[in-house]
Ligand binder design. Structure first.
Ligand SMILES: Cc1cc2nc3c(=O)[nH]c(=O)nc-3n(C[C@H](O)[C@H](O)[C@H](O)COP(=O)(O)OP(=O)(O)OC[C@H]3O[C@@H](n4cnc5c(N)ncnc54)[C@H](O)[C@@H]3O)c2cc1C
Length: 488
């Protein structure tokens, strides 16, 4: 009989979410015993890898889907955009504290200032963007956002998108507090620190299932070939697209009825220094009819390992895998009696989305390149290559006897708080700190209450709303910009 190994927390998955939770746990309780399991031979190799995501520091500075237009032509409601920005400010403050504590190294290794822009064409979208700007320009967290319909001014912000355009109907907003973030590098640095603090990291180790004993403790099962007894008081399932599978196997009723809808992502990329030098921004535009919010086309400056590139995309597609390195059986094997109706009702209610995805999959390379040329009229096909990014597993949430497709994230926690996991992928890594604080509170409410003073040191605006307090918002933006080497 093997000796049992015992931990306070088992973290399943070596991505940004598990890493962030691990750091929060260690900083609020240095004695906590942690183990992390990663099925691949590297951490941050799935969605958190810099080439598998777009690296946008999502703060709703440029993404129209966080602030849809009003139905009656009035100013669009900014509340969701403000809420996303508040969450990103929590992340920025936490990362700034980690730099100060030496847990994260030189900020430029994982975060850089890259202005965020929204670019639209045609009278209808210009009017919407103008009203969006009016609704945001006086919000403290969006201060400094500019709006223009002037070709020369827009050209000064992003020359590649104005080439060959004459007096066309275009408009853009520009804000220079936007960021490009390498979440993979950040994950690696956090995990290196956690290892130094005694966390056991098990690579090439796939957790097959978890079982709860009557005592409430969990057994982490690595498969029949591994004769080990691994026990943990609490389990966090940070397994990205595989979270659904593990939560289903845990047997907790809270996961019943949930499903995930996988959407693959591809980008066009150029490393040609002459082209890259002409663009320094993340430019988001309007989604096509039927397109999911995460398929809004954008042209991005991307900086990985200190080297800038440009990305354009994402081109979404249908693919039944829940992870990039997953299996085509992932989707069929996730179907249970409890989620069959939610799956069917989502497919039925989202025929527009399904037909959009089918169209995207069948698009030829030249048709995809034509979408880039709508942004960059002068783009040369020789400069750009097409590559596969990460796989998103969007949440299908049970509602009544059916289900709805959600584009956010959903934390699923058992009633006793001993197991929690994360479904969904948007706004993603940008809001990892807020989401992991939610996990911490649900898993250990008492310890969370006792940790509030420590958390407020790490995140000065903890439990405050910056946008409601202009002086605090200004001070916080300035302080985190200074600590992270960003433009204030
Ligand atoms: C195309 C695309 C673009 C995106 N763009 C952005 C963006 O611009 N900004 C942003 O903030 N977010 C973006 N996201 C979302 C963001 O990448 C994710 O929200 C985030 O990386 C999720 O982190 P995670 O730790 O939950 O998952 P992951 O990084 O996927 O990590 C999960 C880990 O768990 C491991 N694992 C799975 N099952 C097991 C198991 N059974 N045992 C052991 N290990 C296991 C996996 O191998 C993986 O390493 C994007 C995502 C995609 C796909």
């Amino acid at each position: 009989m093997p000796e049992s190994e015992s931990y306070d927390y088992a973290l399943i998955g070596g991505g940004i979410m598990s890493a962030t939770l691990g750091v929060l746990l260690k900083l609020t309780n240095p004695h906590v015993r942690l183990v992390m399991f990663e099925r691949l031979s590297e951490v941050a190799a799935e969605s958190s890898n810099p080439w598998n995501n777009a690296g946008t520091g999502h703060a709703a500075l440029c993404e129209l889907n966080y602030m849809p237009d009003s139905k009656d032509g009035s100013l669009p409601d900014p509340s969701k955009a403000i809420a996303i920005n508040e969450q990103f400010q929590v992340s920025r403050q936490f990362w700034a504290s980690l730099v100060e504590l030496g847990i994260l190294s030189t900020p430029s290794s994982f975060i850089r200032t890259v202005p965020h822009m929204t670019f639209v064409q045609g009278a209808k979208d210009i009017d919407y963007l103008k009203r969006r700007h009016l609704a945001l320009e006086n919000q403290p967290l969006f201060s400094g956002m500019k709006f223009s319909t002037d070709l020369d001014e827009i050209s000064g912000w992003a020359p590649l998108i104005t080439q060959q355009r004459k007096k066309q109907d275009i408009a853009a907003t520009f804000i220079d507090q936007g960021t490009d973030v390498d979440y993979g590098e950040m994950t690696k640095q956090m995990i290196t620190w956690l290892k130094g603090q005694g966390m056991k990291l098990e690579m090439d180790t796939e957790v097959k299932s978890v079982y709860q004993f009557e005592s409430g403790k969990w057994q982490v099962w690595l498969g029949a070939s591994q004769n080990r007894l691994i026990h943990a008081d609490r389990v966090f399932v940070g397994a990205g697209g595989y979270a659904l599978k593990l939560l289903q196997r845990s047997g907790i009723p809270e996961i019943n009825g949930y499903g995930t809808f996988p959407v693959s992502g591809h980008f066009l990329r150029t490393d040609n220094p002459e082209v890259v030098a002409q663009h320094h921004a993340k430019v988001y535009s309007q989604a096509q009819v039927g397109a999911p919010p995460m398929s809004v086309p954008h042209l991005d400056t991307r900086i990985v390992d200190g080297k800038p590139s440009l990305l354009f995309g994402p081109f979404a597609g249908l693919n039944p895998k829940f992870l990039k390195s997953g299996s085509i059986l992932d989707l069929p094997l996730s179907i249970r009696p409890a989620n069959l109706l939610p799956y069917l009702s989502v497919a039925f209610r989202n025929l527009g989305l399904v037909s959009y995805l089918l169209k995207e999959v069948t698009k030829s390379r030249s048709e995809k390149f034509a979408s880039l040329q709508e942004f960059v009229p002068d783009a040369d096909a020789n400069d750009w290559s097409y590559y596969e990014a990460g796989q998103r597993a969007q949440v299908i949430k049970p509602v009544g006897r059916g289900g709805v497709l959600q584009f956010g994230t959903e934390v699923i926690t058992s009633a006793d708080g001993s197991i929690s996991g994360l479904l969904g992928a948007s706004p993603g890594a940008s809001v990892s700190v807020s989401v992991m604080l939610e996990v911490l509170e649900k898993m250990q409410p008492k310890q969370f209450q006792e940790s509030k003073a420590a958390l407020a040191k790490l995140i000065p605006s903890f439990e405050k709303k910056l946008n409601d307090n202009p002086a605090l918002a200004k001070k916080t933006l300035k302080a985190t910009a200074k600590a992270l080497g960003l433009k204030a």
